[in-house]
Design a protein around this ligand. Structure first.
Ligand code: B16
Ligand code: MG
Length: 217
């Protein structure tokens, strides 16, 4: 069986591991403190979106006096401190056997494996779950100026990999991430919250289904 793609670019949060729940808890704590309504539906809009853009979405429901940029940065820092406390508790146990085995299999098939994440905490998360040195390339929130749905994070990953976008498959749990892949000229496989999203090339009921997609000529 031939391989359709040469590289796979994985989103991190919500795909490789479930830091999405920690984002939810940290934003919820901040929103509660500010008296802003926040639930899973609002949280789904934050998937793949940068920290500051996420804060703006949460503040759509803010009824107080307008906040200065300085105050906003302080709020985002507060959320990040709470989030990092949660990340400190992560360990290789937070990497599922299914994800680990699937990555290993794809690697043995000669595929390049990369990360394309909006997070500035991506490298720390990867080291926490025991994948610190695992990926061939990492494109994350530290090397981009525009977050998903802008294609920048995936185009940078392809550049680091020295691949054309058409040779890469993106795996995403965020609709914004699927849109970003499309804008980058890449096929995408949607999982989790993005499952069934019409803009995606494929939908993955479960992570290991990637093996079938990558084996089709
Ligand atoms: P940080 P991904 C994204 O990661 C998250 O989905 C999103 O909720 C978060 O706001 C963003 O990273 C920035 O994260 O605050 O750690 O820099 O899904 O693109 O891997
Ligand atoms: Mg994600």
């Amino acid at each position: 069986m031939g391989m359709k793609y040469k590289a796979i670019i994985f989103d991190l949060d919500g795909v490789i591991c479930h830091t999405d729940h920690y984002h939810y808890l940290a934003w919820k704590q901040l929103a509660d403190k500010l008296g802003i309504y926040f639930d899973e539906i609002v949280n789904n809009r934050l998937r793949g979106v940068s920290r500051m853009d996420s804060l703006e979405i949460i503040l759509e429901r803010w009824n107080g006096a307008p906040l200065s940029d300085e105050e906003k940065v302080k709020l985002a820092d507060e959320k990040n401190a709470c989030y990092k406390e949660l990340l400190n508790q992560m360990s290789p146990k937070d990497l599922s056997r299914e994800v680990k085995d699937t990555l290993e299999y794809l690697r043995t098939r000669g595929l390049q494996l990369a990360i394309g994440s909006s997070s500035r905490n991506a490298r720390f998360i990867l080291s926490q779950i025991g994948l610190g040195d695992y990926f061939d390339e990492i494109s994350d929130g530290n090397n981009i100026t525009k977050s998903k749905p802008d294609p920048e994070v995936f185009l940078m990953a392809a550049k680091y990999l020295k691949m054309n976008p058409s040779e890469c498959l993106v795996v995403e749990d965020a609709k914004a991430g699927v849109d970003a892949a499309k804008a980058a000229g890449m096929d995408s496989a949607a999982i989790g919250d993005a499952f069934g999203y019409a803009q995606a090339t494929y939908s993955l009921f479960t992570f290991s289904k990637l093996i079938q997609i990558c084996s089709v000529q």
